[in-house]
Design a protein around this ligand. Sequence first.
Ligand code: ADP
Ligand code: MG
Length: 380
Amino acid sequence: MTDALIAKFRAIHARAPEIIARAPGRIEFIGNHTDYNGGSVLGAAIDRSAWVGLARRSDGRRRFASDTHSDVVEPQAGAFDRLTGSHSWVNYPLGILVAMRDSGLKIPAGFDYLAVSNVPLGAGLSSSAAIELSSCMAFLEAAGETISREALVALGKRAENEFVGVPCGILDQGVSGFGRKDHLVYIDCRGPRFKTVPLPAGPSFWVFNTHSKHALVDGLYAARHSECMEAARVIGVPLLVDASPAMLAAAEGRLSRPAYKRARHVIDEIARVEQAVEALGAGDLAAVGKLLFASHRSSRTWFENTSPELDFLVDSLESEKGVYGARLTGGGFGGAAMALASDAFGEKGAGRIADAYLEKFGARPDVLHARAEDGASLVT
Ligand code: ADP
Ligand code: MG
């Protein structure tokens, strides 16, 4: 991919990039809607990445190009206004520059920029975090700045939350930043604190993107968020991470039914993340897989953020040989499901799942096979 980036950079900018940085997409492994409740989550950086090439300019011009758009975007020198329409993708790198500047870091004044990526866009694999962190690594290098991984991740999240305007949690940037080959990334979202957990050798990930999304998904997210906060308030804790199953049971009579159901999911899900870390430590993939299925069932029963498409995928995956576990991945209400599977599943198994899905829903899901890869890094 680096060679393709350099060739494309030459074609667009008529010279070679001085700096190349890479950052991966990610999978939410387990820990569904736990982040804003102060809980923990496990994710994996995947072997799909965005690469950013950069060459400094002394004339202050900033020329942004990407593999997804044919035109070069050049915001006015020194301007940091949000862009709209077909130029809005530039808000990701521009937002990084603004976040760097507002954090007191030096930023490069002028440059030629190119992003290329093989993380599918809008497929729940966070192509946005990949663009943010690869851009950030390149800009930091160009400005001669060195910062911690925690700070890098925070800059990416800040750019997305404040400049792009997407209220994502810490998972996307945290995993893209802290990813490690053959490891999962564990995030204690309240810190946030990050660590890596070895993944036993053998299994890999399969992601099935349904391309279906509930039309009212933003409103549903907001409703779930406020039900969780309501539950914490009634139970008498700052966030649901501070509540035990016993505290929830004691408060059941005082909670609205939706608040009880959401809290039930979140409190159990946080416990499942911790159990998954333990099971991974013991190399017990069967136990890890059971937790994945339990997570999905909890989403279906208590958080009510699955869909007929996701339920069908997970149910079908449950009867496949070689599949340890499967669940929805990401926010839910449509989107993608993922499975942890041995080679006994493989392309054949994935094909069977896609065929059955096609028969039932009249369209094929996108299928992506991935392994856990290293997080954001400077290539040259
Ligand atoms: P996801 O992060 O789940 O893939 P998002 O909607 O958060 O979906 O981010 C997708 C957006 O990120 C795209 O619409 C685009 O603006 C930006 N993006 C991702 N990859 C690229 C790329 N290769 N070139 C330009 N913009 C990109
Ligand atoms: Mg995103």
